[in-house]
Ligand binder design. Structure first.
Ligand code: PMV
Length: 357
């Protein structure tokens, strides 16, 4: 049986200015622009194997992708997909088939989507590790599929590497499956406005990233539910009005390499998002007592000087820290000394999704 395989890598990303609330639910168009940092090792790999002489169809194979070709020797975890997740991925595969036709044709790359698809996927982090796998897995799946459907693979790789607009169009397809996945195509600093995603100019040093896992329970409120509920907070409209100024500020600070002020803005921003959760008309919270313990411990160091940690939280209980690379070991020791009862994940600055082979 003749088949061809494509393997894609996509990292997770963490927003410093959060995407919270959708302007268009069906197409995952955000109500406000967001700005994120791309991770490196906390990522997904998706292998698509196209069996050519078989009827069109899809199967999610319970095997890891062919890791021999993955140079980074990280431990891999195969996601156990529920029926709902399989349905969501299958729906997305149909969308990618449909939407990639125009994108590939407009770049004269040729489109060939016939055949049976076997999908193998893996993450470098286990479920419940406080890292959302949807951004990295939808980005890796989308990229691997578009590459599979392309008939001129050599040209694809060149265009993907050099043409940000091409990459943006693939990110837009990925966004239809998972909103924040579109930011995983670029790095290290990425802005997403409406349909468009692009890298942001900056003069920042490489950062080390740590997640302090204070709680590993599954979330009671999904991010999709949160996107809807926040609209009922009396502070939601004010947040939207203030957003252009906040975004301009953080972009200026990134351009100026001003860690002190990025640290201050990032703190205020995740606090604002969690305040929306706390004040929606069905009030909910991701915070645990341990979350507050960690936040009150770190708060005096936030926004102080160029050595300040940047702190943020997603829609979850765990706390993310970013620190200049040269201070990484010192900061890690400090975290371990203070919170030796919690697991710590570690990562670095990344550049976005790519084809491995
Ligand atoms: O992409 P979604 O629908 O999982 O939304 C992500 C929302 C946050 O993680 C809370 C914020 C963000 O911008 O990533």
């Amino acid at each position: 049986m003749s088949y061809e395989t494509s393997l894609a890598y996509a990292p997770s990303n963490i927003a410093f200015i959060k995407y919270m609330g959708k302007a268009d639910q069906a197409n995952n168009i955000p109500s406000n622009p967001s700005l994120s940092f791309t991770l490196n090792d906390l990522c997904s790999y998706v292998e698509v194997r196209k069996v050519k002489n078989m009827k069109t169809g899809v199967s999610f194979v319970k095997e890891l992708p062919n890791i021999n070709v993955i140079n980074n020797a990280a431990q891999l975890y195969r996601p156990q997909l529920s029926n709902v997740e399989i349905k969501r991925f299958t729906h997305h595969i149909d969308k990618v088939k449909e939407k990639s036709l125009d994108v590939l044709e407009s770049f004269h790359l040729g489109h060939e989507s016939e055949g049976f698809l076997e999908i193998r996927s893996a993450n470098t982090f286990p479920l419940g590790a406080g890292i959302a796998s949807s951004a990295s897995s939808f980005a890796a799946l989308t990229l691997s599929l578009v590459y599979t459907f392309c008939s001129n693979k050599e040209k694809f790789l060149k265009v993907y590497e050099n043409d940000l607009n091409f990459r943006n169009l693939i990110a837009q397809i990925s966004r239809l499956g998972s909103g924040s996945s579109c930011r995983s195509f670029f790095g290290p600093w990425v802005k997403w406005v409406g349909e468009d995603v692009f890298p942001v100019k900056h003069d920042f040093p490489n950062l080390a990233h740590f997640v302090l896992l204070v709680n590993k329970d599954p979330k009671k409120v999904s991010s999709s539910q949160a996107h809807q509920l926040v609209k009922t907070s009396p502070f939601y409209q004010t947040r939207l009005l203030n957003m252009p100024e906040k975004l301009k500020q953080i972009e200026d600070y990134l351009k100026a390499g001003d860690i002190k002020n990025v640290s201050a803005v990032a703190w205020a921003e995740f606090m604002e998002m969690h305040s929306l959760f706390h004040t929606s008309n069905q009030s909910f919270s991701y915070w645990k007592p341990e979350t507050l313990e960690v936040l009150s411990w770190i708060h005096p160091s936030v926004g102080v000087d160029q050595s300040s940690p940047i702190v943020t939280m997603d829609a979850g209980a765990n706390i993310h820290f970013f620190i200049r690379n040269e201070m990484k070991e010192l900061f890690k020791e400090k975290l371990q000394r203070q919170f030796n009862r919690f697991e710590i994940l570690e990562d670095s600055t990344g550049l976005g999704a790519k084809i491995i082979c």
